[in-house]
Design a protein around this ligand. Structure first.
Ligand code: ATP
Ligand code: MG
Length: 446
């Protein structure tokens, strides 16, 4: 054995070092109870609403080929330039990336499986996304999006339908204080004309442009419009507006979306500087924004991406979609003081002797089968613990009733039922044969 290896072998007399505590990756959060109940509740609301709009769920891989995002999102975007978790597969050298967003993968899948063969599709997804950003409130390195995408339809009615869907979601989630901003990015030729005018304008003011803006001046000048640099605000405000470069058909599309929103009482404001972070957008773009979350106030963003499918190798097809940030939506719900869903069990089973476990657990199974949520006391491995400690646990569980499986009662085919909340302390016995009926009758009040 080499000297170096010998050094790593613990000497017999030495006590083995305690393994070091491992912690999670910065910006990647554990979602634990009771918070996870909010997540489940939100996901349930989303599923119900999506079904009501006839959108179908897709579940896609978290890892995709890096080229998909480089080609799909655009090389000169924040995500591709600096935020992707990319790595080489050690076994076969493939270049892979943890998905930073959901649209590119969804389009890849739709093309790969020829899903548009029999006509348009309305789809949605939920899941984690990964971006190497500076972690702060509302901005994480692993975060979650819910996205809705409509592929194969070019009309403004689906843009409007998606906005109505998101707007309905805020209603079912009880969100207040969310506003909608709308813009149109036109078509590539219109953008080309605007781009030339924009570059000319920005070049005239090159003295106030920051490094990033200078770098993007010729590669992605549109993105300069949504700079947060206060020193550049007056220049970008005076910049030529893309809306003024739209032709008749782009304007008609934009006006049709607005007319449907107007008819449905959805308020919005036009923000000519709304450009969105990915290159793939055209025509309608929109964001839902709240002022209650500080600077991370955009909870949902989306738009039309009629050229992405072709860019990813599919047959040219129009598409439109949005994605919302689950953490930000939940943060807003919390901010508004919404109560957590009730996680307390209906009954807590106190089991003084291990001998009672088979009967008790059989009964608990019957209760659960009829919809009662039942938490069983679990012992240390050396018996069930004292009655007093079990009772304490029952109390702190928040259960409405304790079921006490005492040996004397069980011998007579009975179980004691003790109220823990309303009329706390009231105790009576139920026959083992009727306790399920009793619990069932309680269901309406539990
Ligand atoms: P931002 O301007 O806040 O960085 P974005 O334009 O990069 O947002 P999109 O790519 O449009 O965001 O993603 C849609 C939504 O996903 C955002 O509106 C936001 O709610 C959420 N989101 C984006 N990045 C993060 C992140 N790092 N952490 C948490 N949520 C995020
Ligand atoms: Mg971003």
């Amino acid at each position: 054995m080499s000297e170096a290896l010998k050094e790593n072998v613990p000497q017999k007399a030495e006590k083995a070092a305690k393994p070091q505590k491992l912690v999670g990756v910065k910006g990647m959060n554990d979602i634990l109870p009771p918070d996870s109940a909010r997540w489940e509740w939100l996901e349930g609301q989303v599923r119900t609403l999506m079904a009501r709009y006839a959108y179908r769920n897709v579940r896609l891989p978290i890892v995709e080929p890096t080229a998909l995002f480089v080609r799909g999102l655009g090389e000169v975007t924040d995500i591709v330039e600096k935020e992707m978790y990319s790595f080489e597969d050690r076994l076969n050298g493939e270049q892979l990336t943890l998905r930073p967003e959901g649209t590119a993968g969804l389009v890849r899948s739709v093309v790969e499986h020829n899903l548009l063969y029999e006509g348009g599709k309305r789809l949605y997804y939920m899941g984690p996304m990964f971006r190497h950003e500076r972690p702060q409130r509302g901005r994480y390195r692993q975060f979650h999006q819910i996205g809705a995408e409509v592929l194969g339809f070019g009309g403004p009615e689906v843009d409007a339908e998606l906005i109505l869907l998101a707007n309905d979601l805020w209603k079912v989630l009880g969100l207040k204080d969310v506003r909608l901003e709308l813009n149109s990015l036109g078509q590539p030729a219109e953008r080309q004309a605007h781009r030339a005018a924009l570059i000319a304008h920005l070049e005239k003011h090159s003295d106030v442009l920051d490094e990033e803006a200078k770098r993007r001046l010729h590669s992605n000048p549109l993105r300069i419009l949504d700079t947060k640099n206060p020193d550049m605000q007056s220049v970008v405000e005076a910049a030529p507006r893309l809306l003024d470069f739209l032709g008749e058909s782009s304007l008609a599309h934009f006006n049709a979306v607005k007319a449907i929103l107007d008819a449905n009482g959805v308020a919005y404001s036009i923000n000519p500087r709304l450009v969105r972070g990915m290159d793939y957008y055209n025509l309608t773009v929109f964001e839902f924004i709240t002022t209650s979350l500080g600077s991370q106030g955009t909870i949902c963003g989306g738009g039309r991406y009629d050229y992405l499918i072709e860019q990813i190798g599919g047959k040219s097809s129009p598409a439109v979609g949005w994605a919302l940030g689950v953490e930000r939506v939940l943060e807003l719900i919390k901010e508004q003081g919404e109560a957590l869903p009730d996680l307390t069990p209906d009954v807590y089973a106190i089991i003084p002797e291990t001998a009672a476990l088979p009967v008790a657990m059989q009964l608990l199974q019957a209760l659960r089968a009829c919809g009662v949520s039942a938490q069983m006391h679990a012992g240390s491995g050396e018996g069930m613990g004292s009655f007093k400690s079990q009772f304490k646990k029952a109390d702190s569980s928040g259960a409405r009733f304790a079921l006490i499986f005492g040996a004397d009662e069980l011998a007579q085919g009975l179980v004691a039922v003790k109220s823990l909340r309303d009329g706390a302390g009231v105790q009576r016995t139920e026959s083992l044969d009727t306790v399920v009926t009793w619990a069932h009758s309680l269901q309406s009040t539990l």
